[in-house]
Write a new protein. Structure first.
Lengths: 326, 318
């Protein structure tokens, strides 16, 4: 077991190092940073001095080690566009993205489970067929198109909800939250639906398939024979057993939600990390791109690691096969 | 006296031609039974035809500034009182016919999608063949890279490839170079699925007698792989390719929408939606709506076709 954890940890560190290498390589390829710091008519001797003071004369490996060391301490250099430390910019934007991701996940889970249960219990009804059709369209429509559609409906035509920004936010220490104001809640609705819709259809299909499977098993038939109420069979026995894979998928999808928030944040001009990243790609702001890349890699690797470890704890069969393989 | 009975003519049936085999196949019979598959197929063919014929059927060449008249700017669709012929579904703020822009945009979206799928298929099938046939550390390295890449969403990888390439190029690129860049970004984002599938099939195939026989008569590994194993592992590849075509088109549209894809001088559907989005609030909904409909319809048709193909080729469901 310990060997397995250690091996998975080593693997994760390896992935992070590889991503770090890509991030570092971006700096090396993106031209001479000295040119961006000095006036065009700076004499060569002075340039050389700046190069030396920045450590650009050192061997590549030394430079990479230094970059990695700084990254571990959360120092990613200054953004070219904003002339501010990248870490400050990311920290400012992180609450917006995390709150959006949280709301989107909750929406996807509740709506997905409800719709999945409904379409499994009434599998031949018109409503269930409609939900299936909607889920197919939901998978086919690109995220940004759904966002534009929602804006057109609820902001332009009906004028109910705002189409951009976070509304009023309240500052709690370094964290800014939109949860404490009415306009903040209103601003969250459309982006959360846009971001969570794909995951919702995924969860709905999964719950439906799992429910149909579970409803056929012997213990459900036995519960019926014992004369339990339909409600307690469906929700107490069947649904409970479908939730393990659903929670796994939702957990794994959390990373995708953070990655896909890039698109949603652009549609709704949501001031989060994703919008920062897109602006960085458009303006070739390498420090932000590199830092975001590392941050996302860290999030993905951690989620995968936690899920893998949880699996081995939850499922004894897996623990056995791990021990055999080791 | 009766002459001896003539020797029975040797009946040699010509092997059925490929076309005859196709016409007789389960796949075609299944296709004829499924109304949804026929509708999806017809819609896909229609979209492809519109895209290919764009220069012929478009009332206007949207890339030619000489054909744009500002006097025609922001006209609504024909069924509005102030709509004007020949602008069936209106014009944008430059006086560009939206219908022509959609046809030309669809052309670019399909072109990038198909090229992206071809490239990712080429990379994925190649690496899958090598990994499955060679085994050992080659297999381990390729599949480990694939595992790592699979944990990240494709759109993120495409964005990063795009961003890195832009950083390398210093921020300014020709329109054609941007098209090539997007194709490469899509190719590098979607190869994993092909590689895994092909590797699995190759590992089964390589132990069969015909491969052993090929080795025995001294065929080289590349010949065995491309001439003998490859034709036997292509079935699932077509399913992946169809579904990936829809994904590739969405990816290109998304990149273009985010402003890192095709430039406004050569707009794909995604670029059209991005530029049209600005006019949503001034009530000129048609500039963004019709490219949106075209994109949604195209992707939906291809998705339905891919879903059907997957089910039809899946022996478990028959």
């Amino acid at each position: 077991m310990l060997a397995f954890i250690l091996r998975r940890l080593l693997q994760s560190v390896g992935v992070l190092l590889a991503v770090g290498l890509i991030a570092f390589a971006m700096f090396r390829f993106a031209g001479d940073p000295v040119n961006q710091l000095v006036a065009p008519d700076t004499p060569y001797a002075e340039r050389l001095q700046i190069r030396q003071s920045l450590g650009l004369d050192d061997p590549v490996l030394v430079q990479f080690a230094r970059y990695a060391g700084n990254a571990v301490r959360g120092q990613f250099g200054n953004s070219y566009q904003f002339r501010q430390p990248v870490s400050t910019l990311l920290a400012e934007r992180m609450p917006a993205t995390l709150e959006l991701a949280l709301c989107a996940t909750l929406f996807a889970l509740t709506a997905g489970i409800l719709m999945g249960v409904y379409s499994a219990l009434h599998r031949d009804s018109v409503g269930a067929k409609l939900l299936q059709a909607i889920s197919l369209v939901g998978v086919s429509l690109p995220t940004f198109l759904i966002g534009i559609l929602l804006i057109f409906l609820f902001s332009v035509t009906l004028g109910w909800l705002p189409s951009y920004g976070r509304g009023d936010t309240v500052r709690l220490g370094w964290w800014t939250t939109g949860f404490l104001t009415a306009s903040g809640w209103k601003a969250l609705i459309l982006p959360s639906i846009t971001l969570g819709l794909f995951q919702m259809t995924l969860i709905m299909r999964l719950v439906r398939a799992e429910m149909l499977e579970v409803l056929r098993t012997d213990y459900i038939r036995f519960a019926r024979a014992r004369g339990l109420t339909t409600r307690s069979i469906h929700f107490g026995h069947a649904l409970k057993n479908t939730l393990v894979p659903v929670i796994t998928v939702a957990g794994l999808q959390l990373g995708s939600i953070i990655a896909f928030s890039i698109i949603t944040e652009t549609v709704f001009q949501w001031p989060g990390m994703g919008l920062l990243f897109v602006q960085a790609v458009q303006n070739v702001d390498v420090p932000i791109m590199a830092a975001y890349l590392l941050l996302v890699a860290l999030i993905f690797v951690s989620i995968n690691l936690v899920v893998d470890l949880l699996y081995t704890i939850v499922d004894p069969r897996l623990r056995l096969s791990v021990r055999r393989a080791a | 006296m009766a002459s001896p009975a003539p020797a029975p003519a040797l009946i040699v049936e010509a092997p059925p031609s490929r076309l005859a085999r196709f016409l007789d196949s389960d796949l075609l019979a299944n296709f004829r039974r499924s109304k949804l598959a026929i509708a999806a197929f017809l819609a896909t063919v229609l979209f492809i035809a519109l895209a290919l014929l764009a220069p012929v059927i478009s009332p206007q060449n949207p890339y030619d500034p000489a054909q744009l008249e500002l006097i025609n700017a922001s006209l609504p669709p024909l069924w509005y009182a102030d709509g004007q012929a020949p602008f069936l579904i209106g014009t944008d703020d430059q006086g560009r016919d939206v219908l022509s822009a959609v046809f030309y945009g669809m052309r670019l979206s399909l072109l990038v999608g198909v090229l992206g799928v071809l490239l990712s298929g080429f990379i994925g099938i190649g690496l899958g063949l090598i990994a499955g046939y060679a085994g050992g550390w080659v297999d381990t390295i390729i599949m480990r890279v694939a595992d790592v890449q699979l944990t990240f969403p494709a759109i993120l990888i495409a964005l990063i490839v795009d961003g890195v390439a832009k950083a390398v190029a210093g921020g300014h690129m020709e329109a054609n170079a941007q098209i090539a860049l997007i194709v490469v970004a899509i190719g590098l984002s979607f190869w994993v699925q092909y590689a895994r599938t092909v590797r699995g099939s190759v590992m089964v195939e390589k132990n069969k007698d015909y491969v052993q026989a090929g080795r025995l008569i001294g065929l080289s590994a590349p010949v065995i792989l491309t001439r003998h194993i490859l034709p036997n592992v292509t079935g699932p590849v077509f399913v992946i390719a169809t579904i990936n075509l829809a994904l590739a088109i969405i990816t290109e549209a998304t990149l273009s929408f985010l402003g890192t894809g095709l430039p406004e001088t050569m707009p794909s559907l995604g670029t059209l939606i991005r530029t049209g989005n600005r006019f949503l609030f001034s009530g000129e909904w048609w500039i963004v709506a019709f490219p949106g409909f075209a994109l949604a319809g195209l992707v939906l048709a291809i998705n339905l076709l891919g879903d059907w193909l997957r089910d039809a080729l899946n022996p478990k469901l028959q």
